[in-house]
Structures are given as structure tokens and as C-alpha cells.
Ligand binder design. Structure first.
Ligand SMILES: CC(C)(COP(=O)(O)OP(=O)(O)OC[C@H]1O[C@@H](n2cnc3c(N)ncnc32)[C@H](O)[C@@H]1OP(=O)(O)O)[C@@H](O)C(=O)NCCC(=O)NCCS
Length: 171
């Protein structure tokens, strides 16, 4: 039996086919910068490269021991004080686990990785994710070019203090 309800852990090679089935799902792809179907080979190359990049952290969110979401963090400045995150819940998940996944992942970002600030970037059509960032405690900062793409996105930011305050008020 598991002694936790929500947790995040590093992605393993054995998670790759599940992650690809989520990433290639229409409901996920439409919110991503690259909306094309990703092949197994591209996926494996992406994993081998990203997993060996010290600036990146790839995580699986588990609810009651079952994988239900994927999160990544990437350092934006040396020393790892600021990072940007990306995430999606399993499109097959019937439970409303978004908030729990976001909070569990951000706790990891602030306490395990040691970020002081985390950025979120959302394409303008993705209203759910914009509301979601606000609900977690992020503040809208600007419309700007994404950190890793030329697409204009809504940029959100949260620091550790604001995150833990919002978490406390939520419980
Ligand atoms: C964003 C995502 C994680 C939210 O998950 P979720 O299970 O819907 O989240 P929750 O039910 O915990 O809802 C948390 C908050 O998100 C917002 N939200 C969720 N569903 C919403 C909807 N249909 N319309 C508007 N806001 C919504 C609300 O603020 C909600 O809080 P509330 O119910 O108290 O109003 C999920 O929808 C997802 O994975 N989307 C696809 C991938 C994606 O967009 N990733 C982010 C790219 S930037």
C-alpha cells in the first residue's frame, strides 16, 4: 500500500510510451507549441537529450501510486533560482487532479530543486490553463515571446512565498 496520495517522481524510461500516448492526444497537442504527432524515435531522442540536461527536471505525477500527469521544469538562470514549468494531466484521467498535481509539482520545484521563482507560459487560446495558473497563485506578468519559442504567450510568475501562502489559504 502507498502511504501518500499525491507525489511526483523523476520520469523513467518505462514511462515513455505512456507519456507519448498523452502528448500525442488531441486534447494535449492543441495546447502545445509543436502540435504535430511525435514519433517513437523523436520521443526517445527528446528523452535521452532532456534527461541528460542538468537544467531540466522531468517528472511524473502519481495519484495513489498511478501515473496521472507529466511535469517539466527548466532552469532559466544559472544557479537554478528561476525556472519555467510545463505540464499536462493524463487526457484519460477522469478525476479533477489538476490543482493537486500543480501544487505537488511546485512544492518539488521550490523545495527539491530550490527555485525562488517559477514561470508559466500559456498560449492565449488556453483559457483553462490561464485560470489554473491564477488559482495556484501565479500572477500574470506580460504577453511575450515564450522562453523556447517565437510564439507569443501569456507569462505568469510565482515565488516561493506566494505559493506557500496560497497553499495555506487553500487548506
Ligand atoms: C490545466 C490542467 C492541468 C487543469 O486540470 P484540471 O483537472 O481541469 O484542474 P482542476 O479541476 O484541479 O481545476 C483547477 C482550476 O483550473 C481552472 N479550470 C479547470 N477547468 C476549467 C474550465 N473548464 N474552465 C475554466 N477554468 C477551469 C479553474 O480555475 C479550476 O479551479 P475551480 O474549479 O476552483 O474554478 C488540465 O486541464 C490539463 O492538463 N490541460 C491540458 C494541458 C495543458 O493545457 N497544459 C498547460 C499548458 S500551459
Amino acid at each position: 500500500m502507498t502511504d501518500y496520495k499525491h507525489r511526483v517522481r523523476p520520469v523513467k524510461k518505462s514511462d515513455l510510451s505512456l507519456i507519448l500516448s498523452w502528448r500525442n492526444h488531441e486534447e494535449i497537442r492543441k495546447h502545445m507549441y509543436n502540435k504535430k504527432i511525435i514519433s517513437n524515435e523523436e520521443h526517445l531522442n527528446w528523452f535521452n537529450k532532456s534527461n541528460n540536461d542538468p537544467k531540466k527536471t522531468l517528472l511524473i505525477y502519481e495519484y495513489l501510486g498511478e501515473a496521472q500527469g507529466y511535469i517539466n521544469f527548466e532552469d532559466l538562470i544559472d544557479g537554478g533560482e528561476e525556472g519555467v514549468w510545463g505540464f499536462y494531466l493524463s487526457p484519460f484521467c477522469k478525476l479533477k487532479l489538476g490543482l493537486a498535481m500543480g501544487q505537488t509539482a511546485l512544492k518539488y520545484g521550490f523545495s527539491n530543486i530550490g527555485y525562488k521563482k517559477v514561470w508559466g507560459e500559456v498560449i492565449k487560446e488556453n483559457i483553462i490553463s490561464q485560470r489554473f495558473h491564477e488559482k495556484v497563485g501565479f500572477t500574470f506578468k506580460c504577453f511575450d515571446k515564450a522562453f523556447t519559442s517565437d510564439i507569443i504567450v501569456c507569462k505568469y510568475q510565482i515565488n516561493d512565498k506566494k505559493f506557500y501562502e496560497t497553499l495555506k489559504n487553500d487548506n
